[in-house]
Design a protein around this ligand. Structure first.
Ligand SMILES: Cc1cc2nc3c(=O)[nH]c(=O)nc-3n(C[C@H](O)[C@H](O)[C@H](O)COP(=O)(O)OP(=O)(O)OC[C@H]3O[C@@H](n4cnc5c(N)ncnc54)[C@H](O)[C@@H]3O)c2cc1C
Length: 378
C-alpha cells in the first residue's frame, strides 16, 4: 500500500499566548506604579505604556486590522477575560481604563463604517488610547450634537485629559436614544478632575469633560449603543477586572498569613479557604459569561446570565474584602499596606450602574423560562 505523505497543517501560533505571557511579566511593574499613584488626579501612564508595548492596545482588533482578535471571537473571549483579570489584579485603575479602551474599539468596529473601523484601528496601532464616556450630569441637559458639533459635558469620564479618542453618547433629551460619536482629544483638553473625590480609584483620572464646540463624527445609528445583548452582555468585561481585584486581595491575604505565620490557625485557615473559594467562583463566572457573551446565543439568555455574573462577582468581592479585613485586622486599614489601597479601589469600582435592575431582570428571565433549573443555561 502506498503511504500517503500528507503535509501537516501549518500551526498558526496563537498571538494571545505571547501577549498574556508578556502581561504576566509586566504585572509587577504595573503593580509597583499603582502603589505610587494613590493620589487625586493621578493616571497610570507607565501602565498604559506597558500595555501599548506588549501589544494590548491593538490586541482587541481583528487580525485583519493588525490585532490579535482578543475578544472578537468566541475563542478570543477567554484570553481577553484573562488579560482583563491580570491587569485588574495588578492595578484596578489601569484595568478600568483598559476595559474602556477595549469597549470603545469594539463599538467602533461593530457600529462604525468600514472606513471608521479602519481609522480607529490605525489610531490604535499608532498608540492612541480610547475611552467610552456615557454618563451625563444629574439635573443637567445631556450632551447633545447638532451638525456634528457637540454641546454639553459628560461626567465620570475615566482617563479624562488622557484619552486620545473618546466614544461619547449624545441625546436630544434624557429619554431619547443615544447617538454614539467619536471625538479626537488633545492631552489635558477640557478635563476637570476636581469632582472625583471618591474613596478609591484615585489613579483612574476620572472627571468631567466639557465638549462644547468640539467636532465629532457619528458612529452607527441612534440607539446602537444600547443594542442588546452587547450593552448588558459587555458587563462581563468590568466583572473580569473586578475579579482581578478579588484575586489581588486574596494574594495579599495569603501573603499576610504566610508572613505572620498565622496561616495554620484554624480560623485564619478557614477564612483563607473561603476567600479562595470566592475568588474561584468569581473567575468561573467571568470566564463562563465571557464565553456565552461572545458566542451568538439567544439575547435574553446572554443578558440574564451576564447580569447574574456581574452580581456574583460583586458578591464574592464584598465577601473577600470582609474576610481579608477580618483576618488582617487593623493593618488592613493602615497606609501604606497595599491592601488598604486595593480594598478602597475595589469597593469603589464595584459601584456599577443599576445593580437592582440587573438582578430583577435576571430573576424575571428565570421565572419565565421553561427549562428546568439545572438546564437553564444549557
Ligand atoms: C472608577 C469609575 C470609573 C468610571 N468611569 C466611567 C467612564 O469612563 N465612563 C462612564 O460613562 N461612566 C464611568 N463610570 C460610571 C459608571 O459607569 C456608573 O455610571 C456609576 O459607577 C454608577 O454607579 P452608581 O452606584 O451611582 O449607580 P446607580 O445606577 O445610580 O445605582 C445606585 C443604587 O441605586 C439603584 N438605582 C439605580 N437606578 C434607580 C432608580 N431609577 N430608582 C431607584 N433605584 C435605582 C441601584 O440599583 C443601586 O442600588 C465610572 C465609575 C467608576 C466607579
Amino acid at each position: 500500500m502506498r503511504s500517503l505523505h500528507l503535509r501537516p497543517e501549518p500551526i498558526r501560533p496563537d498571538p494571545t499566548t505571547g501577549l498574556l505571557a508578556a502581561l504576566r511579566e509586566a504585572a509587577a511593574h504595573i503593580a509597583a506604579e499603582a502603589a505610587t499613584l494613590d493620589v487625586d488626579g493621578a493616571f497610570p501612564g507607565a501602565g498604559v505604556a506597558a500595555l501599548r508595548d506588549i501589544g494590548l492596545l491593538t490586541a482587541p482588533l481583528p487580525r485583519a486590522l493588525g490585532g490579535a482578535g482578543l475578544g472578537t471571537t468566541p475563542e478570543g473571549a477567554a484570553p481577553l477575560a484573562t488579560a482583563l483579570r491580570l491587569v485588574g489584579r495588578a492595578s484596578l485603575p489601569l484595568g478600568r481604563l483598559y476595559e474602556g479602551h477595549v469597549n470603545a474599539l469594539r463599538l467602533v468596529l461593530r457600529h462604525g463604517s468600514p472606513a471608521q473601523a479602519e481609522a480607529a484601528a490605525r489610531d490604535a496601532r499608532r498608540g492612541c488610547f480610547f475611552g467610552v464616556w456615557n454618563t451625563d450630569g444629574f439635573n443637567e441637559p445631556p450632551l447633545a450634537v447638532a451638525d456634528g458639533v457637540l454641546r454639553g459635558r459628560k461626567i465620570l469620564c475615566s482617563g479624562a485629559g488622557r484619552v486620545d479618542r473618546a466614544l461619547v453618547t449624545a441625546r436630544d433629551s434624557v429619554a431619547a436614544p443615544p447617538q454614539m460619536l467619536l471625538v479626537d482629544l488633545a492631552p489635558g483638553e477640557r478635563a476637570d478632575l476636581s469632582p472625583w473625590t471618591a474613596q478609591g480609584m484615585r489613579a483612574s483620572a476620572t472627571g468631567a469633560v466639557d465638549f462644547t464646540g468640539l467636532p465629532a463624527v457619528l458612529i452607527g445609528q441612534q440607539g446602537d449603543y444600547l443594542r442588546q445583548p452587547d450593552f448588558s452582555g459587555g458587563a462581563w468585561r468590568f466583572a473580569a477586572v473586578q475579579c482581578g481585584g478579588v484575586e489581588a486581595v486574596l494574594g495579599l491575604l495569603r501573603a499576610h498569613l504566610s508572613h505572620t505565620g498565622r496561616g495554620g490557625d484554624p480560623h485564619q485557615a478557614a477564612r483563607l479557604g473561603q476567600a479562595a473559594m470566592a475568588a474561584e467562583t468569581a473567575r468561573l463566572w467571568v470566564h463562563s459569561a465571557a464565553q456565552r457573551a461572545e458566542a451568538a446565543l439567544p439575547e435574553a439568555d446572554t443578558v440574564a446570565y451576564v447580569n447574574l455574573a456581574r452580581l456574583a462577582v460583586e458578591r464574592t468581592a464584598l465577601d473577600v474584602l470582609e474576610l481579608a479585613q477580618r483576618s488582617i485586622g487593623l493593618q488592613a486599614f493602615m497606609r501604606p499596606n497595599p491592601i488598604e489601597r486595593v480594598a478602597r479601589d475595589l469597593a469603589t469600582y464595584l459601584r456599577q450602574p443599576a445593580p437592582d435592575r440587573a438582578l430583577v431582570g435576571a430573576a424575571a428571565h428565570v421565572l419565565e423560562a421553561a427549562a428546568e433549573p439545572g438546564d437553564l443555561w444549557g
